[in-house]
Write a protein that binds this ligand. Structure first.
Ligand SMILES: Nc1nc2c(ncn2[C@@H]2O[C@H](COP(=O)(O)OP(=O)(O)OP(=O)(O)O)[C@@H](O)[C@H]2O)c(=O)[nH]1
Ligand SMILES: [Mg+2]
Length: 225
């Protein structure tokens, strides 16, 4: 492998670990965790598949709003200087699916909130929003939960292949305005084209952003986790 490839963050291992019905039944180790959240159908599972380079890792929904579990995956990434980072990717159930049965909708809030409020290993969130949709109550609710714990949230716009470059720029600026952040802090991605997922020279990407979130003293540069 050439030096140039080694300079970039990339996924070197990925595997499904378990589906937990609630935080009480989740693993009790201290592996850093990243919650991946967004409304149903936003592209959470597809993002994991594209990010890990494994098409069948996460199930892409045929019936949106059905999964009410915390789906956990272990990921190992490798970056510059062969720094190795392990973390758990937690695919949260999608919210906002009106057609889901009422008892499922009622159970969703407490389960996800319980996880986000009480999980010690949680390091941050990747919050997905479809490039053709706006930030709404569901997204603000997630941001609020993370802010309460003073944990970072990475805003990840999905399905960018659906819009031309100019319109995408408008979406990024509008979102940045709403959230009072720099447009460059909003990650524009497409699981179809792979845009924004890795760590392309000069532009960053999901892999690099996650490396910053999950790095701990126990996983500092030079250690091979
Ligand atoms: N064009 C395009 N379609 C995408 C992209 N990402 C996801 N999709 C499509 O969006 C639909 C929903 O994707 P999922 O990954 O199942 O969405 P999800 O957020 O996991 O949905 P739930 O698990 O029900 O909450 C699927 O038909 C995907 O093929 C993308 O980057 N581009
Ligand atoms: Mg899914």
């Amino acid at each position: 492998m050439g030096k140039r490839e080694r300079e970039h963050w990339r996924v070197v291992e990925s595997r499904f670990e378990m589906s937990a019905p609630d935080v009480e039944q989740a693993p009790t180790d201290s592996l850093p965790e990243i919650a991946v959240a967004g409304r149903s159908n936003v592209g959470k599972s597809t993002l994991l598949n594209a990010f890990s380079g494994r098409t069948g890792l996460a199930r892409v929904s045929r019936t949106p709003g059905r999964t009410r579990l915390l789906n956990m995956f272990q990921i190992r990434m490798m970056g510059p200087d062969r720094e190795s980072l392990r973390f758990r990717w937690v695919d949260l159930p999608g919210y906002g699916f009106a057609a889901a049965a009422k008892n499922i909708r009622k159970g969703f809030g407490p389960m996800v909130e319980g996880y986000l409020q009480r999980r010690p290993a949680l390091r941050g969130m990747v919050l997905l929003v479809d490039v053709r949709r706006e930030f709404r109550d569901g997204e603000f609710g997630m941001l609020h939960l993370m802010a309460t714990r003073e944990l970072p949230t990475l805003i990840c716009v999905t399905k960018c292949d659906k819009l031309g470059a100019a319109k995408r720029g408008t979406v990024a600026r509008k979102l940045a305005d709403t959230l009072d952040v720099d447009p460059r802090d909003i990650l524009m991605t497409s699981s179809l084209s792979g845009e924004g997922l890795g760590d392309a020279p000069g532009t960053g990407g999901l892999a690099r952003d996650l490396s910053g979130m999950v790095r701990t003293d126990a996983q500092s540069p030079g250690t091979d986790g």
